[in-house]
Design a protein around this ligand. Structure first.
Ligand SMILES: [Zn+2]
Length: 103
């Protein structure tokens, strides 16, 4: 089977885009590129490892992802939330429910 190899310039452009995008959203108060608090479609909060460009346990749809919610035990659409916009209770709930070390 032929192996697909990208030209180094292509790889550099993709990496620059991922890093640039990550820095941009981090500056807006979202902690992506590490452990991030997300909200599921049903309103649950939990912490997940969110690394732009890398996801094994979720289906990426731009800013949203479809992944398993450890709070409601269901598959759902999740999006990162700004930590500063959370109440103390919401933050505590999110830290209580973490879905492990795989992005
Ligand atoms: Zn949920």
């Amino acid at each position: 089977m032929p192996l697909v190899v990208f030209a180094p310039a292509t790889v550099a452009v993709i990496l620059a885009g991922l890093v640039g995008g990550t820095l941009l959203v981090r500056r807006r108060g979202y902690n992506v590129g590490g452990r991030v608090i997300v909200r599921c479609h049903a309103g649950h909060f939990f912490a997940t490892l969110w690394i732009p460009g890398a996801s094994v346990k979720s289906i990426r749809l731009g800013w949203w992802r479809i992944q398993r919610c450890p709070v409601g035990h269901h598959w759902t659409m999740v999006a990162p939330v700004r930590v500063a916009s959370l109440t103390e209770d919401q933050r505590r709930q999110a830290e209580q429910y973490s879905d492990g070390p795989i992005p």
